[in-house]
Design a protein around this ligand. Structure first.
Ligand SMILES: Cc1ncc(COP(=O)(O)O)c(C=O)c1O
Length: 305
């Protein structure tokens, strides 16, 4: 993180001052990317903060750790409680981004990481507003392919996976685009560098399967649930690249990005070149849900205060 976030960091069950939360340079994760993490948002509304789908994020952290046999010594409930306590300890009242991270510590240069290898878990939180500019973003199809299940599984939210996202992001920014869309190893659309992708044709919504190297996004699941409850059909299926040029609408979903329309791909306008009606209605419903405006989805929110 570029800047100091909250005054305290939760570190292996204790609150540690930001400046004291340090690790040795021998830390295995620094050398081999042996860490799994989460990105969670807490939305400031009405003097409170609502942490969005906290339990589901901590469950995914456990699943990611399990793929690599990293021992995670804290239960989902302990991690969720620690997150709430951290925001309280830091006296946070505005919208925040929360980053839990479990990493392998002092394990030398041994690549045989097992459940007995030393691991640590931290949770940090910092104020956070919008990730992308509002209104819509331009995207390109990256020349980098998305990592896949035959190499480093994209379903596990592992630190090392993000080198792939970084290459794609660097390429897109160098070429003047806001974001990159990656194809899977078979050439079908996978996801963006840090978001899942949805495409709209004739008011029907489509998104790639997990088997197309997409992360099991929590915002993806949220958008699908909301869209279905609004009467849209949402279908998971392979999406060929050219369909990006034929779509009426495209939108991305992610904790940081939230729901954001893609208004051009490789210079081709998507639909009218502006946010389309389906994306808009799902985005607006999402914004209402995350700030506590929808009674039936209050169980997705954990109030801090
Ligand atoms: C590669 C990738 N895909 C998709 C997502 C969206 O996942 P979520 O909605 O759970 O934040 C993210 C963000 O975490 C991501 O990094």
């Amino acid at each position: 993180m570029k800047e100091k976030g909250g005054e305290y960091i939760w570190f292996d069950g204790k609150f540690v001052k930001w400046e004291d939360a340090k690790v040795p340079v021998y830390t295995h994760a620094m050398h081999y990317g042996t860490a799994v993490f989460e990105g969670i948002r807490g939305y400031g509304a009405g003097g409170n903060i609502f942490v969005f789908r906290l339990k589901e994020h901590m469950e995914r952290l456990h699943r990611s750790a399990g793929v690599y046999s990293f021992s995670l010594k804290h239960t989902v409930k302990e991690l969720a409680d620690a997150t709430v306590e951290l925001l309280q300890k830091n006296k946070m009242k505005e919208s925040v981004y929360i980053r839990p991270l479990t990493f392998v510590g002092m394990h030398g240069i041994d690549l045989n990481v097992t459940t007995n290898s030393p691991t640590h878990t931290i949770i940090i939180a910092f104020p956070f507003a919008k990730y992308f500019k509002e209104g819509g973003i331009s995207a390109c199809v990256s020349s980098w392919r998305r990592i896949n299940d035959q190499t480093t599984p994209p379903l596990a939210k592992a630190a090392g996976n993000y080198l792939n996202s970084i290459l794609a992001t660097q390429e897109s920014r160098r070429n003047g685009y806001d974001e990159s869309i990656m194809l899977d190893i078979a050439g079908n659309v996978s996801e963006a560098s840090g978001e899942n992708l949805f495409l709209v044709r004739n008011k029907k919504i489509y998104t790639p399967f997990f088997a197309d190297s997409a992360l099991e996004g929590i915002t993806r699941d949220t958008a699908m649930t909301i869209a279905r409850s609004m009467g849209y059909t949402v279908t998971e299926r392979p999406i060929p690249r050219a369909e990006l040029y034929m779509a009426d609408e495209i939108f991305l979903t992610g904790t940081a990005a939230e729901i954001i329309p893609v208004t051009s791909v490789d210079g081709h306008a998507v639909g009218t070149g502006k946010e389309g009606p389906v994306s808009k209605s799902v985005r607006q419903a999402y914004e209402k849900v995350v700030t506590g405006g929808v009674k039936e989805h209050m169980d997705w929110l954990t109030p801090v205060w």
